[in-house]
Design a protein around this ligand. Structure first.
Ligand code: HEM
Length: 313
């Protein structure tokens, strides 16, 4: 089993320790699988980002019933993926990427479903048509081409590690979920203390796989297929969501300090194509408004008028 620890105290049979091995600092080249995957799925990623379901979710526009169905879809997907990863954990393409303690989501998703549907959740939830197709593909690969499971693991886990905390906060606020984490266990990676470092390690491990150019190409192709399966699930949820009764919702709040690359802010992506203000992130929106000269002039005039009125009183 591959292993990751973020402190030197914990035992680890893997090469990653914060301040220890530099496996994760390897400089990547264009033929490295991590780069091929990132570049080769760019277009799919952009399409996934602009799905109505994803954009609405990021804005906090998600109905509870739809969130429950999305959680069920994730449960069936991750059960299949993790069942096949477990089965193939000794395969040379899977072993370096096998991180059950850090990444596996099935147990957390069970807790979320139990929270939403009650103890007999297993009798209630069923895979949708799009989810079933995704699940069947994963099982097919697990039995016939385990190295292509790498593509599905990459697409889901790297995505989850990239946006999880933001999505968790959006869901908690929009659905009035308890701040103690019930219902959003899926987004909790308790054994990953530094997602950025973990992603670097995962990329480095992808690059250690002994694969020829043709095999790498088929993994990239499969990753695009994985994105496509996800989008099909989102499309299905959109249709269901449109027919659900309206629910009272709170809009999403800013969940970061506004530092760093604006393009990495999911609110920014969600707000593209909006009204004049390009960011849906309230923090960036405020900055953008403040950046307009006429707004600054008007604000100055108000301050001056107020000062004058106070002086004359
Ligand atoms: C509005 C929706 C989304 C936004 C704003 C978003 C944003 C991002 C950002 C900023 C990163 C880069 C993180 C970093 O380099 O540290 C990233 C990475 C990634 N995302 Fe997304 N994402 C969205 C939806 C999705 C979806 C739906 C999937 C797949 C189902 C996905 C899969 C991935 C993957 C696989 C990566 C890793 C890319 C790499 O470094 O190789 N994302 N995402």
């Amino acid at each position: 089993m591959a292993s990751y620890t973020d402190t030197d105290e914990q035992p680890s049979n893997g090469p990653y320790h914060a301040g220890g091995s530099r496996e994760d600092e390897h400089v990547t080249g264009p033929s490295d699988l991590s780069e091929l995957l990132k570049e080769g799925t760019k277009e799919s990623h952009e399409k996934a980002e602009s799905c109505t379901f994803v954009k609405d979710f990021l804005k906090g526009h998600i109905k509870r019933e739809l969130f429950k169905l999305a959680t069920a879809a994730l449960y069936f997907t991750y059960s299949a993926l993790e069942e096949e990863l477990d089965r193939n954990k000794e395969d040379p393409a899977i072993e370096p990427l096998y991180f059950p303690l850090e990444l596996h989501r099935t147990e957390n998703l069970k807790k979320d479903l139990c929270y939403f549907y009650g103890e007999d959740w297993e009798d209630t939830v069923q895979p949708s048509v799009a989810t079933q197709a995704y699940v069947e593909r994963i099982h097919h690969l697990g039995r016939h081409s385990p190295e292509l499971l790498v593509a599905h693991a990459y697409t889901r886990y790297m995505g989850d590690l990239s946006g999880g905390q933001i999505l968790k906060k959006v869901a908690q606020r929009a659905l009035h979920l308890p701040t103690t984490g019930e219902g959003v266990q899926f987004y909790e990676f308790n054994n990953v203390t530094n997602a950025q470092k973990f992603k670097q390690l995962y990329r480095a491990r992808l690059n250690t796989l002994e694969l020829d150019a043709e095999k790498k190409e088929s993994i990239v192709e499969e990753a695009n297929r994985a994105f496509h399966f996800n989008m099909k699930v989102f499309e299905e949820l959109d249709i269901i969501g449109a027919n659900l009764p309206k629910e009272e919702q709170k809009a999403a709040e800013p969940v970061h300090d506004g530092k760093g690359d604006i393009r990495k802010c999911p609110y920014y992506a969600a707000g593209q194509g909006g009204s004049g203000i390009t960011s849906a992130c309230p923090f960036h929106a405020a900055l953008e408004i403040a950046g307009r000269p006429q707004v600054i002039l008007a604000a100055c005039a108000v301050v001056l008028a107020a000062a004058l009125a106070w002086y004359l009183m």
